[in-house]
Write a protein that binds this ligand. Structure first.
Ligand SMILES: [Zn+2]
Length: 406
């Protein structure tokens, strides 16, 4: 008789009989006595034997059902009783952990309740129950994590009905720390207050949002606020586009021009550059603004500067801002001035929320694959499974993104 533990993934089993009917039926029994569950003693006798039927992994397209002989032992050492424990099968459960995991993963991957109830011969309600059970376990693993040292905060759209959510990213470990519904201080307050070790946070990276800035000041008072390069560049481009629109609405709609205008100057060929300059020659103000914008973007892309170099660069930035303050880009100048400190802090770091943007794309896919989420908690846990705790994370860098205009 063979020891089939390695075949079916449950160690310590001896197969007695196999029968193929509509599924695969396997009769098995333990071939070794365990130590006493209470005192670890070895002086056991079998008091009785029970039968237990457990659904196990699928073999091909057939469900494997295990019919187990379960000895009940009496320990002569401590005089207590216990039933034979099987690795991978919880007491009283009628399916193995592997089976439940299989169902969880399939459902998580988008297989419907209905389909799973057919393939795995369980009710849809059971699938849902197992799914929630698994998530609950994950949830308890997740609470009590200390705050990350470098925290990225960003918003993303959840549903039309529930609006926006806030993403908290551990930028050092490249994973989603959490997602929470809402993007205002009152809606995030209970969550923020409950966070463990908020003092851990040394750096908070964010877009130029007043709400997030005041949240950071209030809840992470020890942290340096750093502007997010990715959003700053986008903001600059958006302002520039608006001005372009005012100067030449027609040119603004020209695809070829847009493509030239949106690229970094250093990415243009000589010919492309000449074409762009030729166009801009007709609009002297726009031309000046374009040059200023390019210089500004170049400054915004600086990173990991030493304090000394950052101090040297600062006058260049201030001069540009002065120039913009008297131009059609004055609104931009005003915003950047109020964020001067976080922008200068940005020069000292390499981290940006570019990775967060990558996560947001992934989250949208998760949401779409599940046909949208009505329940935010389900969504949150799924996001953390795939982008947080144990998901495989692709590092998404800012430079991997297309330029942000239009
Ligand atoms: Zn005992």
């Amino acid at each position: 008789m063979s020891h089939a533990g390695t075949i079916i993934g449950i160690p310590g089993l001896e197969v007695v009989r196999v029968k193929r009917r509509r599924g695969v039926e396997v009769w098995a029994q333990p071939y070794r006595r365990p130590p006493c569950a209470h005192c670890q003693g070895h002086d056991l006798r079998i008091k009785a034997t029970y039968r237990r039927t457990v659904k196990h992994t699928r073999q091909g397209n057939q469900v494997l059902t295990l019919h187990l002989r379960v000895p009940k032992y009496h320990c002569r050492g401590c005089r207590r009783y216990f039933r034979h424990p099987f690795a991978g099968i919880r007491p009283r459960y009628r399916s193995s952990e592997a089976y439940r995991m299989e169902v969880y993963e399939a459902h998580d991957g988008g297989v419907t309740l209905r389909k799973l109830s057919q393939t795995h011969q369980i009710s849809a309600a059971t699938v849902e129950r197992w799914y929630q059970h698994h998530l609950g376990r994950k949830r308890s693993e997740m609470s009590n994590r200390p705050c990350p040292r470098i925290l990225g905060i960003d918003e993303h759209f959840f549903t039309r009905k529930k609006g926006y959510a806030t993403t908290f990213v551990d930028l050092r470990k490249h994973r989603v720390f959490d997602v929470k519904l809402g993007r205002s201080e009152p809606s995030l307050r209970p969550y923020l207050k409950g966070l463990r070790d908020r003092g851990n946070v040394q750096v908070v990276v964010m877009d130029l949002s007043e709400t997030y800035r005041s949240i950071a000041r209030q809840y992470f008072p020890g942290a340096t606020i750093v502007a997010d390069r990715f959003h700053v560049v986008r903001l600059i481009n958006q302002h520039f586009l608006k001005v372009w629109q005012q100067h030449d609405p027609e040119g603004r709609r020209n695809r070829g021009l847009i493509s030239l205008m949106r690229r970094h100057q250093w990415n243009l060929s000589d010919e492309q550059h000449a074409n762009l300059m030729h166009y801009l020659a007709t609009y002297p103000v726009l031309q000046q603004l374009y040059v200023a914008k390019q210089r500004l973007v170049r400054l915004m892309l600086l990173k990991t500067l030493t304090a000394k170099r950052a101090r040297k660069k600062l006058p260049q930035l201030l001069e540009l801002m002065d120039q913009l303050r008297d131009s059609p880009l004055r609104a931009l100048a005003k915003t950047l001035t109020s964020w001067l400190e976080p922008i200068v802090a940005m020069w000292r770091f390499s981290k940006s929320n570019g990775i967060t943007e990558g996560f947001h794309n992934k989250m949208e896919m998760i949401s779409r694959r599940a046909y949208g989420f009505r329940n935010f908690e389900n969504y949150r846990l799924r996001v953390l499974t795939h982008c947080g705790w144990d998901g495989i994370i692709n590092r998404v860098r800012m430079d991997a993104h297309p330029p942000f205009m239009g």
